[in-house]
Design a protein around this ligand. Sequence first.
Ligand code: OAD
Length: 243
Amino acid sequence: MLSQALKSLLRPDKRVVVLTGAGISTESGVPTFRGEDGLWKKFKPEELATFDAFISNPQLVWEWYEYRRKLISEVKPNPAHHSLVKMEDFFEDFHLITQNVDGLHQKAGSKKVIELHGNIKRNKCIKCGREFEELEFSSKEIPPKCTCGGMLRPDVVWFGEMLPAQAINEAFKVSSLCDIFFSIGTSAIVYPAAHLPVVAKQGGAYLVEINIERTELSNLADEVFLGKAGEILPEIAKVIREA
Ligand code: OAD
């Protein structure tokens, strides 16, 4: 199933970068954003995922995130997440970048994850910026308040907001220097994340895409696996084990 070209690159000394999107978590039961059953088919991002939306209706936005937090807290990482843990152990220079806020890579055991869009478990104060880990506050108010009196919001990146500088800078740096870049379960249309595979390819990386359908990126990729991440990544991890 894997090409000879890819097999010959799967060596511990190769620099590997992986970018994941919502599609890697679908087999765990977390809905994607786009596509038939996507969240943005049922909900309007401008009413739930912008700072203006939060200011106009903080309760609604907070409750939507509580609903997603509950859903995420009940799901488990799938074979795709577990295979990436094996890849992290195998390659000496390995970077996992995710657009997901669900924390499933960490739950699976990935040690270092570059989170581009934040993490849904965390909150931060809109006034002083203080970060709160889950369950750190006992306030019954919705949304809860910080000790400074500011409202707490989920620590995720909303539309129109900047990505965390350190995360995006590191993501661009490692992408430009890698030998193999895997784009997994992402529609590859949300920037700046969607630019990472392009930068990798420009830097000479072998670009691999894993997705159940072709995307904007497919024509640029050196190899496209059309199928579920939870089935294809274990195959790749198996080749590594046998190497
Ligand atoms: P999308 O919902 O845009 O795309 C999910 C992709 O996963 C699609 O291309 C699907 O075809 C693919 N897919 C679904 N199931 C799969 C499976 N089992 N195996 C492999 N691929 C599968 O999600 P993202 O690309 O992650 O931003 O979206 C990017 C950003 O847009 C998100 O981080 C979020 C959203 O608005 C913020 O929240 C800031």
